[in-house]
Design a protein around this ligand. Structure first.
Ligand code: SAM
Length: 260
């Protein structure tokens, strides 16, 4: 079956969670496709993959303190999920921070809907550009380990590779606890939900909550707002961008994301 553009936009929105207003300017308005053949490159075109190491510096210093003080993050080996990790800088930053705190038995999984981003993330090779790109927000404690001059590269060291892995995953589908190795202690889901429809935000939050144990911590982007779901409560910090998973049960997963 061929569909016209409005239906294609709607289909792409249902599959990715991204609101039609972000999709419309990014796809050919005359595009028609068979429903079961939406190519990955069309989906890739919708995705904003802006990221950097230790993005939003304030959140990382808050997390560093919480790793030392918060009972929800006290386990020596944490299970950490970087959800919507783009090209991996966020996941590698998490592994770096945990290793610098002596928590090398922790495990970090980075997931994204984009296969090309996950490929780049797993490669773990980043070059410093003139404009600083990936390395624009390196905090003092990490600075010696990252490139200082344009053209220099950072390769994820073996110790961080042992802690970290990546896989393609759509946040509108439930996360398998076998992928995480159990319930997550810490989830980063930053700067992704801002592009989503309200329905998709709620579905993503439910899927994330389902993957977390009570007392664990969710970090949203610095400008993102939580919805009233009863699944999370704010952590008392200067800005409530950290959320603690409550013990409230999550309703069973409803329909999975539409498949391309
Ligand atoms: C702006 S980047 C944020 C990267 C990183 N979390 C950060 O804050 O720097 C948003 C990422 O969300 C991913 N994304 C969009 N829709 C998704 C979905 N339904 N499931 C998983 N990832 C998705 C995009 O591919 C993109 O890499």
């Amino acid at each position: 079956m061929s569909v016209g553009t409005p239906s294609l936009i709607e289909f792409l929105s249902r599959h990715t969670g991204i609101a039609p207003s972000y999709i419309r300017p990014r796809i050919d308005t005359h595009h028609t496709l068979p429903f079961d053949h939406v190519p990955t490159d069309l989906i890739e075109r919708l995705l904003v993959q802006e990221t950097s190491f230790f993005r939003h510096a304030g959140q990382w210093s808050m997390l560093r303190s919480m790793l030392r003080e918060d009972p929800g993050l006290s386990a020596a080996a944490l299970r950490v999920w970087s959800c919507g990790c783009a090209t991996g800088e966020e996941a590698w930053s998490l592994a770096f921070l945990l290793a610098s705190e002596g928590r090398t038995s922790s495990r970090v999984i980075g997931t994204d809907i984009s296969p090309s981003a996950i490929c780049a993330a797993a490669r773990g090779h980043y070059t410093r550009l003139e404009a600083m790109g990936s390395f624009r927000e390196i905090p003092d404690f990490a600075r010696p380990a990252f490139p200082h001059s344009s053209g220099e590269a950072w390769d994820a060291p073996q110790m961080l590779r042992n802690m970290t892995r990546f896989c393609v995953h759509n946040v509108l589908d439930p996360m398998l606890s076998s992928e995480l190795g159990g319930s997550a202690d810490l989830v980063f889901c930053r700067n992704m939900l801002i592009y989503f429809t309200e329905d998709a935000v709620r579905k993503a939050l439910a899927n994330i909550a389902r993957a977390m144990r009570p007392g664990s911590i969710l970090v949203l982007g610095a400008s993102e707002t939580m919805r009233e779901t009863g699944l999370f409560e704010p952590v008392e910090t200067a800005s409530a961008v950290f959320w603690r998973r409550t013990a409230a049960p999550v309703a069973p997963a409803d329909t999975a994301a539409a498949k391309p």
